[in-house]
Design a protein around this ligand. Structure first.
Ligand SMILES: [Zn+2]
Length: 130
């Protein structure tokens, strides 16, 4: 499969347990998801910065049945939208507390980056320890 460089760079970061955010070298603003041109100033001079991995949980849902095709073996799992402190948001997987238990999560919870999902090219977050 031919994976575009803007995707492979992000995935390489995840594989190294780094959450990378595309950042414009011209105006300094972060972009998520990565683009070929900055949506703020249209510059194509884009790079990557390492996110601190801290943010808040905007929304989430737990899937216990009815998974999309190709995700049946992942059931149950939780997906969420995290708003990073850097100001951008992304879709993530949420780490259960205990076995298959996401009942402690609430919207607006502080969450932190854990690493890459074992089987998926996706960032995993958990409730912040602070
Ligand atoms: Zn820019």
């Amino acid at each position: 499969m031919n994976i575009p460089k803007i995707v492979s760079d992000f995935r390489a970061g995840l594989a190294s347990d780094e959450l990378l955010v595309q950042t414009c070298n011209a105006c300094g603003k972060p972009n998520m998801w990565p683009r070929y041109a900055c949506p703020h100033c249209q510059s194509e001079n884009l790079g990557w910065t390492r996110s601190a991995g801290q943010g808040s949980l905007h929304s989430f849902c737990v899937l216990r049945q009815g998974a999309p095709e190709g995700f049946e073996d992942d059931i149950p799992y939780a997906i969420g939208v995290v708003k990073l402190d850097e100001g951008v948001q992304l879709a993530v997987r949420l780490q259960p507390e205990g076995t298959e238990d996401w009942s402690a999560y609430q919207c607006d919870d502080r969450v932190e980056f854990v690493g890459k999902d074992g089987a998926r090219e996706c960032a995993v977050f958990r409730k912040s320890s602070d």
